[in-house]
Design a protein around this ligand. Structure first.
Ligand code: SF4
Length: 177
């Protein structure tokens, strides 16, 4: 599967923007892990997809290095203002929907893909972490941040816009193949 195929899938899935991803630009950063550990999202040490369940930073880095490149995908939408939580959640839900669709298509095509999403895995009502193995390891998705990536920097390094103006919200994910 080449980049043009990926762009077709991204468009069909409903993403609003995308860009070529050069895996050589991906730098895992311990400070991103430190931010995860603050646990402002409430899922640190709660699910297999997030630190520390998703593995040490070195393991994540080694997984990233198996891939040459791929595609960054985004969903941008309008919000009334920065307190429009309903609007923000709607855009997040749309992004997850687009992401799930494209990931399913890539798996159906038999592509060896590392999918990094936005936010933690929500496949199960309650994660098995840490008592039992993940129920659906082939569908579990970690976030770009869980892998120590700064999304803004990744977008910049790959010439993809990150901010689309006031009263907009953008979610970014990627597929490495
Ligand atoms: S698929 Fe289920 S068990 Fe696995 S990480 Fe996601 S929520 Fe947890």
């Amino acid at each position: 599967m080449n980049y043009e195929d990926l762009t077709r899938l991204a468009e069909a899935a409903g993403f609003t923007a995308w860009g070529r991803l050069d895996a050589g630009t991906l730098e895992v950063k311990p400070e991103v892990r430190d931010m995860c550990a603050v646990n402002s999202c409430g899922v640190y040490n709660k699910v297999w997809s997030c630190p520390p369940g998703c593995g040490e930073l070195e393991e994540c880095s080694a997984r990233l290095k198996k891939y040459g490149g791929g595609i960054l995908v985004q969903t941008t939408g309008d919000i009334e203002d920065s307190f429009d939580f309903e609007g923000i959640m709607d855009i997040e839900a749309d992004h997850k929907d687009h992401f799930t669709k494209m990931y399913a298509e890539l798996r159906k095509a038999g592509v060896d893909v590392l999918a990094l999403g936005a936010g933690c895995c929500r496949q199960c009502k309650t994660c098995t972490y840490p008592d039992a193995p993940c129920r659906f390891p082939e569908q579990m998705v970690s976030s770009m941040e869980a892998y120590g990536l700064v999304v803004l920097e990744v977008c910049k390094a790959n010439d993809l816009q990150y901010y689309y103006g006031p009263n907009t919200m953008t979610y970014t994910s990627c597929f490495l193949i």
